[in-house]
Write a protein that binds this ligand. Structure first.
Ligand SMILES: Nc1ncnc2c1ncn2[C@@H]1O[C@H](COP(=O)(O)OP(=O)(O)OP(=O)(O)O)[C@@H](O)[C@H]1O
Ligand SMILES: [Mg+2]
Length: 372
């Protein structure tokens, strides 16, 4: 076990000690690893992201991520920073690390979570009401909060959404990984392509693609780009286990990156390609997704509009005149606090009764078909 003393994100004079096992990362990437850790005083479980500072650019990126996470303190459906620190040593040869301790997504990221739903480790009575819509609503809610502070994420994808379960066993998504986030200055300077092209909006792709660049003015990242990425993730939630664009586009025959970009962006001869929304999808939800991945960014809803519409789809009986009040209440009662005991008991019950339940749940059946 390794122990580190980090500076409390809400009080710079306060240090908090955490421990984690450096030999057992939850995930490891180019610059960093993420570990399950523990506050050694309270025993609270946290995620500890350790960034290996190899050059000054990485250090700057850490500082930016740290700053953005501090600005997002208090936001619902956002991974909350607890403490952080960068260790700088005197000689270059010493390993330099920066750390961020934050809310632990007990179910891992959304990609892993979807994997667990597909393989039957997690079960829901109604996929739409208990799994897909709550995740979509929570994501839109978190995004609306970021956007209200003029922060754009720029790298929304399932691997960057962490999942917890609330006391009812309903998933609560938390937007995380602010490594590419920026303050939205709207001055058209954010044109460099970051993040994964599968989730990138056409205006971002055309900035990167030279042939389309001639025809369209390169557009910067904007809030509307995050809305587009969310729509692609929503599609993946409906089509459990499929990744957007990999099946439809890359199989017949596989497309090069440039061809992929042209398909998504479209041209005079070809409409921009979007995945077909699966049959049986709630029509209101289908309409929302179509709008959210509209080719023209000005036609997309804002994250706030998306969040309110998703709430209405989830609770169709909400009275219009009471909407604001009900919505606010729901927003504040999102319990980003998993209760592992209740969850386990509930999962055990669901596994036992799932044979009778499956026939009643269309989406669940589709998921079983994918498994076969
Ligand atoms: N708070 C958390 N709770 C649970 N798991 C986490 C948490 N943060 C990160 N992880 C896991 O670690 C992975 C990598 O974390 P993160 O996305 O923050 O860093 P990264 O991908 O290395 O950063 P970058 O995208 O800048 O390369 C996530 O995809 C997720 O699986
Ligand atoms: Mg990531």
């Amino acid at each position: 076990m390794q122990r580190v003393n980090l500076t409390d994100a809400t009080n710079e004079n306060q240090e908090i000690e955490y421990s984690f096992n450096p030999a057992a990362p939850l995930a490891a990437g180019n610059f960093g690893s993420v570990f399950e850790g523990k506050n050694t005083t309270t025993d609270d479980i946290v995620a500890v992201k350790r960034i290996h500072i190899t050059e000054v650019e990485v250090k700057k990126a850490f500082e930016k991520e740290n700053l953005i996470m501090s600005k997002l303190l208090g936001g619902t459906n956002i991974v909350q920073i607890q403490a952080s620190k960068a260790e700088y040593h005197h000689t270059i040869r010493d390993t330099q690390y920066a750390y961020i301790a934050m809310t632990f997504g007990t179910q891992g990221d959304l990609k892993k979570f979807i994997g667990n739903v597909i393989n039957g480790n997690l079960k829901f009575l109604s996929m739409e009401k208990e799994m897909q819509l709550p995740i979509m609503w929570g994501m839109a809610n978190g995004l609306a909060y970021m956007h209200s502070l003029n922060i754009i994420h720029r790298d929304l994808k399932p691997q960057n959404i962490m999942i917890m379960l609330n006391k009812q066993g309903i998933p609560v998504p938390l937007i995380g990984d602010f490594g590419h986030s920026e303050i939205d200055t709207q001055d058209e300077h954010l044109t460099m392509l970051v993040g994964n092209i599968q989730y990138a909006a056409p205006e971002q792709l055309s900035a990167f693609h030279s042939r389309t660049l001639e025809k369209r003015k390169a557009k910067p990242y904007s809030k509307a780009g995050d809305v587009y990425s969310s729509a692609v993730i929503f599609w993946e939630l409906l089509e459990l286990g499929k990744e957007a664009y990999t099946l439809s586009i890359t199989t017949k025959p596989p497309l090069s990156t440039n061809e992929f970009v042209e398909a998504v962006v479209g041209n005079e001869h070809r409409k921009p390609f979007r995945e077909p929304i699966p049959a049986g999808t709630n029509p209101r939800l289908a309409t929302l997704i179509e709008k959210a991945w509209a080719p023209e960014r000005t036609n997309r809803p804002t994250a706030d509009e998306m969040s309110k519409e998703l709430y209405k789809i989830l609770h169709p009986k909400t009275r219009e005149e009471k909407f604001e009040e009900t919505f606010k209440k729901a927003e504040t009662s999102v319990v980003a606090n998993s209760d592992v005991t209740i969850f386990k008991r509930r999962q055990a019950q669901l596994v036992k009764t799932s044979t009778q339940q499956t026939s009643a749940d269309v989406i669940y059946r589709r998921q079983v078909q994918i498994k076969k």
